[in-house]
Design a protein around this ligand. Sequence first.
Ligand code: FAD
Length: 347
Amino acid sequence: MRQNTEEYRGVFTFAQQVDGKLSSISLELIGKGKDLAADLNTEVTAVLLGSDVKGLVDELAEHGADKVIVVDDAKLKEYRTEPYTQALSAVINEFKPEIFIIGATAIGRDLGPRVSARVGTGLTADCTQLDIGDYPLVAVAGREQKHNQLLMTRPAFGGNTIATIACPENRPQMATVRPGVMQKKERVAGAKAEVIDFDAKLEENSKYVEILEIVKNAKTTEDIMAAKILVSGGRGVGSAENFKILKDLADALNATVSCSRAVVDAGWMPKDMQVGQTGKTVRPHLYFAIGISGAIQHLAGMEEGDIIIAINKDETAPIFSVADYGIVGDLNKIVPALTEKIKAELA
Ligand code: FAD
């Protein structure tokens, strides 16, 4: 389907909320949206779907949204694929955004592809970087080079390569974005956005799922994405029991323990604690990588940390190439000694 791409304007972000609380990714998307909008000389519009959610508008504005489109409908109270797809597709068909970005959360991964198919465009999933630029990246004889395209970058082939993808013929250019990768803007208290109430004319139909009961997952683990200090262990820790020495270090620093995928695969730690491409992206002030080799898929989730300290017995381990401080030696000796020293200093 060939579109008149010129009709489409503005950067739109999906303002995901669950139980009337905005997800952190909603504010991260506005932060990135501001940068993209500045390059395109346009505005950022957050799209908020839900029931009785108007109270969230100010939080979106204070994080940088210029406009907020609100679809407030009782049918959108809990996330359900069909009404959310209908509502978001209706917003796109009415307002014609040039770019639409959605969090690569469980909700966003379900919603994004369906909406993109319904409005007849493409979607790049799980992006880690978004830029405005030319497509093709370099001019090729006999091929039109389009300017101001959304260049969507994501790991491909199991993280062995990085692909940059564009969507030059269709609008909106859609992407889902990994939580924790983009930066929120500083909150500006009292900032206001233009609010547009939109009636998506939702009608119950046979595709609507009926929710009989919601059973919340009991939260057994800490949120490693919110932690300021992470003490992360890899296969080199040796066993689930030996994670005790990392826990002692974490307790001394008021930190959280996380891990590599090898540790999850071995059944030593739950998946929620995994850092990396198929785990979580973290950005702590301080990241200890202990007995972690530094595979590219692990680095993808932690290299943006402010200070990285690596402890590994192999001085050629790739983790040392991203570490600010490196200690070569046996973690079984170094970690307890470090814990004692820190406890003594903080006592
Ligand atoms: P290893 O690579 O086995 O490293 C153990 C390290 O411990 C070594 O460097 C060793 O020198 C050191 N060591 C051993 N004993 C000691 C000791 N006593 N003292 C000090 N150091 C010691 N991995 C992730 O972490 N996160 C992901 O999200 C992820 N996603 C992936 C997605 C795909 C598609 C694929 C193919 C792989 C993915 N991986 C991921 C796996 C990744 O490639 C590595 O296999 C994994 O990160 C290795 O974990 P590790 O560093 O703990 O173990």
